[in-house]
Design a protein around this ligand. Structure first.
Ligand SMILES: [Zn+2]
Length: 284
């Protein structure tokens, strides 16, 4: 989500005040709504760019172009887009949006998974995944009491899953949940309702700090550079086998839900390796 927040700020500077000259859809399956059509945005002036969790929202005179980039999706800004419309169905391009000055962006998705989702709506709350988002950890209302309440109501669910669940807290994904738990020195498998007051305070601080740091690192970077900045700024996520820069232990990995998580045994789990519960389930 810090990357999405940075993209929202970047697009605010680039797009607000400009009219949308044309939109071309190259990957038809990415568009999840059909009424109003994409072409209804043509000619409208961009009034604002905001974020709902990991969804970006470009608002233009009563209509909203909302998109979720998913794991392999990205936005590529171009100060000057080619004049010819893109050819549909080939390559990573999903959508091209051109502004009245010839600048604009491509939404692309690498690989074969088709997870990138685009919506045209009069009200973003018409998108069920936006309407059911939990509180945003960057908002002013998200104080330590709010975190305490939602961890209590999550019961014995594991912290890792709770932080990642968009309906509980909006915008923290696989990477930053690993980073936050590492900074807070908490086991990803710890039950959500079992934190002491001190642990709660540390988790709250880690959440605010990790997200704010990531946003400030990304501040001012062009959209193309955001992904590499994200990678270089992470301390545990995706760094299995590397040394923890806090304690020097080797960063470990364990399966979690449909992917895997990385953590530091010394910092987070009293030196113990977490058991792969999916595997132990299969063996039973
Ligand atoms: Zn460590």
């Amino acid at each position: 989500m810090p990357e999405v927040e940075s993209l929202a700020r970047f697009l605010t500077q680039k797009c607000v005040g400009h009219a949308i000259a044309r939109i071309d859809l190259a990957a038809f399956s990415a568009l999840k709504t059909y009424s109003p059509p994409l072409s209804a945005l043509t000619g409208l002036e961009v009034e604002g760019v905001s974020r709902h969790g990991k969804f970006l929202d470009i608002s233009a005179q009563g209509l909203h172009l909302v998109f979720h980039l998913a794991r392999a999706g990205w936005l590529r800004w171009k100060d000057s887009l080619p004049d010819a419309p893109p050819k549909p169905g080939r390559g990573p391009l999903a959508l091209r949006l051109r502004l009245d000055d010839g600048s604009g962006f491509d939404l692309t998705e690498a690989g074969t998974q088709r997870k990138l989702a685009i919506y045209v709506v009069a009200d973003p709350m018409a998108i069920p995944m936006v309407a059911t988002l939990g509180p945003d950890p960057l908002s002013d209302e998200f104080d330590q009491t709010a975190l305490a309440d939602l961890l209590q109501s999550a019961g014995r669910a594991q912290l890792k899953g709770v932080l990642k669940d968009q309906r509980t807290i909006a915008g923290i994904g696989n990477a930053y949940s690993d980073e936050i738990l590492h900074a807070a020195k908490l086991s990803p498998f710890k039950p959500a309702n079992s934190l002491t007051d001190t642990e709660l305070a540390v988790l709250y601080r880690a959440m605010k700090d990790e997200l704010a740091d990531a946003i400030s690192r990304a501040e001012g970077l062009a959209a193309a550079d955001l992904k590499s900045e994200k990678k270089s700024g992470l301390r545990v996520h995706g760094r299995k086998g590397e040394k923890c820069d806090v304690c020097g232990d080797t960063i470990a990995e364990v399966s979690f839900a449909d992917s895997s998580l990385q953590y530091c045994p010394t910092c987070q789990t009293g030196g113990k390796k977490l058991a792969d519960r999916r595997l132990s389930k299969l063996l039973k």
